[in-house]
Design a protein around this ligand. Structure first.
Ligand SMILES: *[C@@H]1O[C@H](CO)[C@@H](O)[C@H](O)[C@H]1NC(C)=O
Ligand SMILES: *[C@@H]1O[C@H](CO)[C@@H](O)[C@H](O)[C@H]1NC(C)=O
Ligand SMILES: *[C@@H]1O[C@H](CO)[C@@H](O)[C@H](O)[C@H]1NC(C)=O
Length: 394
């Protein structure tokens, strides 16, 4: 191959090229003085593309969906529209449905619960911001995002100045997965290549559910690193909650003095398997500590037990087997600051919504963690426990 040098005046074509460049330079010079030059910036703004999705289920499902959405916003270079966080005093009420049914359910959430009135308790509360609870530093560094205050589609479209249905692409099929590498997609059901998704011209990509740890499958290091960093940095950081957690951990005697156990027993599948869940936990702990004592001797270590059903009959076995078991109720005096913690936006007392986060963080601060299988709370506590223990070692 011969390398051709660029000789500006050697050929007619090159002269022509040079003339064009000079004309362009002159135009761009003029443009600085041209009142219409702002037009370029304006059209840039209108080129901004967005993506959003529909939340459902409990906090941890919503957190996983948010992580997926953040990755997609980064990968697809779209501004993320973060939907309201659904919070409940008890069980999560809005399960995963397909797009239209989920939208209908969400758009019916009445605002009375969100204005301090207590007469429609069944509604999820949607007035609290993610950023009150979680550290958004990583988001701020990597993506653009805005918030949505409700689930009214008309409001959303109008706020984005979308006038035509063909500027929106609804992804109504819940089972879709997204992969960054077509080679890895052989065994994955319905894997959509992310490169194809990035070609979509619509101003708004509107997903339904983005829940599932397998929703996005990355194999390229750049993408996997982004997701790992995100998971390491999108952590609970509410100062009131963290200070309560520190006080409780101190009172138990510090990380070195206890192990954390999570027993999810309250609903559906977990409710039907209460006995088995507790029995498995007991056996696992006994097994791990059996070389310290003989099998029947009690475990000398302290245990913090996080559970969503503290009066479950199945737990009797646990309390009978281990003598030093603490639950959150034992630290009621230390929870006092949470009882007056308000949402700065509407003044609502957040105690009942936030108390599970104290449970989550305390249980993850032990020197070991035992989980309930297929619980997203457990999986997150385990993740936090690893991060906590790694930081302790540093
Ligand atoms: C990302 O999108 C913005 C518009 O929102 C655009 O100005 C920018 O060039 C895009 N970046 C890349 C790498 O495509
Ligand atoms: C959604 O918002 C539009 C425009 O603000 C309003 O006319 C409509 O009644 C709202 N829909 C619901 C279900 O609240
Ligand atoms: C997208 O979904 C919304 C809400 O269900 C619906 O009103 C709208 O017509 C859909 N748009 C398109 C282009 O399918």
């Amino acid at each position: 191959m011969t390398i051709q040098k660029f000789h500006p005046f050697r050929s007619k074509r090159n002269t022509c090229f040079l003339v064009i460049i000079m004309i362009l330079l002159v135009i761009s010079c003029f443009n600085t003085y041209n009142p219409l030059s702002n037009f370029n910036n304006l059209s840039m703004i209108h080129q901004e593309k967005y993506l959003t999705y529909l939340p459902h289920s409990g906090f941890h499902n919503q957190r996983i969906a948010l992580e997926n959405a953040i990755f997609l916003a980064w990968f697809l270079n779209r501004t993320l529209i973060i939907p309201p966080l659904l919070m409940y005093k008890g069980r999560a009420l809005i399960p995963m449905y397909e797009f239209n049914k989920l939208y209908k359910g969400l758009s019916k959430i009445r605002v009375c619960e969100n204005s301090g009135q207590e007469d429609c308790k069944a509604e999820p509360y949607i007035g609290y911001k993610w950023e009150e609870l979680m550290d958004f530093t990583f988001l701020n560094q990597n993506i653009k995002y805005i918030y949505r205050q409700d689930f009214n589609y008309t409001n959303l479209i109008e706020s984005l100045h979308i006038k035509n249905d063909n500027e929106v692409h609804n992804i109504t099929y819940n089972r879709e997965q997204y992969c960054d590498n077509s080679l890895s997609t052989k065994n994955v059901f319905d894997c959509v290549n992310l490169a194809d998704l990035s070609k979509r011209p619509e101003k708004l990509l509107h997903f339904g559910s983005l829940f599932s740890s397998l929703k996005i499958i990355t194999t390229l290091p750049k993408n996997t690193n982004f997701r790992n960093k995100l998971r390491q940095m999108l952590l609970p950081n509410n100062p009131t909650i963290l200070s309560i957690v520190n006080n409780i951990v101190d009172k138990i005697g510090g990380t070195d003095n206890f192990i954390g156990v999570h027993a999810r027993l309250g609903d559906g599948h977990f409710s039907r398997h209460q006995d088995m869940t507790v029995q498995n936990l007991v056996e696992k702990i006994q097994n791990d500590f059996k070389d310290i004592d003989d099998y029947n001797a009690y475990l000398p270590t302290k245990i913090f037990l996080a559970t969503d059903k503290k009066n479950s009959k199945s737990l009797q076995l646990f309390f009978q087997t281990f003598p030093y078991v603490y639950v959150l109720d034992d630290f009621d005096d230390l929870l006092k600051p949470l009882k007056s913690l308000k949402n700065p936006i509407d003044g609502k007392i957040m105690y009942e919504f936030l108390v599970p986060f104290v449970d989550l963080l305390v249980v993850s601060r032990g020197n070991k963690f035992y989980r309930t299988r297929s619980s997203t709370f457990s999986r997150y506590a385990q993740h936090l426990n690893r991060i906590w223990l790694e930081n302790e070692l540093e």
